[in-house]
Write a protein that binds this ligand. Structure first.
Ligand SMILES: [Zn+2]
Length: 445
């Protein structure tokens, strides 16, 4: 063993390998996976040995849609949430006009490198003016591969079309919050379902049809943010069938919650797109399983710092957004895999390997294999627990899942071989998180 080399062994676990769990160990050297140990021989030398008998070893999650330096959230606390939830790499969704050129991009990378505890990447944008496109090619050189438009703040068809053409030209994937503003209505706050009715699925469906046709015409790679409705999944499926390079994501709240939540906890479910029906939930689970939807994301957003869970508001006064990084993976394991809505294989593909590929960071992330970063979860599939605040600065008291009973818990989270969450505490300092640039070398110029 070379001097200064740090070797960690995880022994006796069930390790996710190429689509199934196998009994094995993992040898980690200097933050990288060095060997998957399937026979009985044990390397003689190891700085740290962790017995993980009875536990699953899963690849760390990659969340490509989380607002971690936006609203009341910060790189530090946002990435603390992600480690608690087994998300080892998080792509920061920027506020408007903050990642549109090299100077802005570098500033944000430095900011993240000082504060983050999980590894992170950036999404470009959010574009709202034509001038935001002028120097956008610079962000590709900084390692950004995805860039975003939020249609509710997109002033013109021209910006949409030019952005689609930019995606076609550069190979960078255009990520769009798809809702056509013309189809939204004023909310009647006296009606418990007023918010849902004012934000109908048709606004999403019309926008998606429009954008997909633009992407088809231009030959552009495009990504549908947080699919909420069954009809949207049908459209994506159809366009995928026609060979359009469309990918899509959804969030736990579109799978696990529906509009009925507005009768019991309206202040915790004000999100756009709005929650839909139980039938939409069912179709989206199927779309995830079938590969129509590619990624699970949290769309973590914290509009204001959490207050005591006993303080409740009306929907009208609610902070919009759901800060779900801490629980996305365990929720999807319990209500998805255990409940028979999705296979473990698809859960891991959609929460780790495919989002890593979409962000072009799959040269280091999203898979348990030799030479990859040792971003690993020690997951106890049998431990029962109740969703409640996970220690200091937890965001769970704002969540619609507070109080849910789940089976399956993240016991430890490792980032580049270091245990950074032990089920109780964050064990690294701000700045442990590193910036992970996209491998843009092979995409078009
Ligand atoms: Zn978002």
């Amino acid at each position: 063993m070379a001097e200064g080399t740090k070797t960690t062994l995880l022994l006796n676990g069930e390790i996710w390998q190429d689509g199934s769990l196998i009994k094995a160990g993992v040898k980690i050297v200097d933050g990288k996976i060095d060997e998957i140990i399937t026979d009985q021989h044990l390397p003689a030398e190891a700085t740290t040995v962790i017995d993980v008998a009875g536990k699953m070893i899963l690849p760390g999650g990659v969340d490509i849609h989380a607002h971690i330096q936006d609203g009341a959230e910060t790189f530090y606390y946002g990435t603390c949430s992600s480690l608690k939830g087994g998300i080892t790499t998080v792509l920061d969704m920027p506020p408007f006009k903050t990642v549109t050129n090299e100077i802005q991009c570098k500033k944000r990378i430095e900011w993240g490198k000082k504060e983050a505890v999980a590894d992170f990447g950036l999404i470009g944008g959010i574009l709202i003016d034509l001038e935001d496109l002028e120097n956008l090619n610079e962000i590709k050189e900084c390692g950004v591969h995805l860039f975003k438009i939020f249609m509710l703040s997109c002033p013109s068809m021209e910006l949409l079309w030019k952005s689609v053409q930019f995606a076609a030209r550069t190979g960078m994937r255009l990520v769009v919050h798809m809702e056509e503003p013309t189809l939204l209505n004023t909310v009647d706050w006296n009606d418990p379902l007023g918010f849902v009715k004012a934000n109908p699925p048709s606004a999403e469906n019309v926008a998606v049809a429009h954008l997909l046709e633009m992407a088809r015409s231009a030959g552009a790679p495009i990504h549908v943010c947080h699919v909420s409705s069954a009809r949207t999944a049908e459209l994506i499926d159809t366009y995928k069938g026609w060979g359009v390079d469309v990918t899509a994501e959804t969030a736990p709240h579109y799978l696990l919650l529906n509009e009925n939540e507005f009768y019991s906890q309206p202040d915790r479910v004000v999100v756009t797109p709005a929650l839909r029906t139980a039938e939409d939930n069912r179709v989206l689970w199927q779309a995830l399983e079938d590969g129509v939807i590619d990624a699970i994301i949290s769309d973590h957003f914290l509009g204001a710092l959490p207050v005591s869970s006993s303080v409740r508001r009306s929907a009208q006064d609610a902070e919009p957004g759901i800060a779900g990084l801490e629980v996305t993976l365990p929720l999807l394991y319990d209500r998805g895999v255990r409940a028979g809505n999705i296979s473990l294989k698809r859960l891991i593909e959609t929460i780790s390997s495919k989002p890593a590929a979409l962000a072009k960071i799959d040269y280091r992330k999203g898979k348990i294999a030799e030479k990859m970063d040792a971003d690993l979860l020690v997951f106890d599939p049998r431990e029962s627990w109740t969703v409640k605040t996970l220690g200091k600065n937890s965001r769970i008291s704002t969540l619609p899942y507070e109080g849910w009973q789940l089976e399956g818990r993240i016991e430890k989270t490792l980032v580049r071989g270091k245990v950074v969450w032990d089920g109780k505490n964050i064990l690294c300092e701000p700045g442990w998180g590193d910036y992970i640039p996209a491998d843009n070398k092979n995409s078009k110029k």
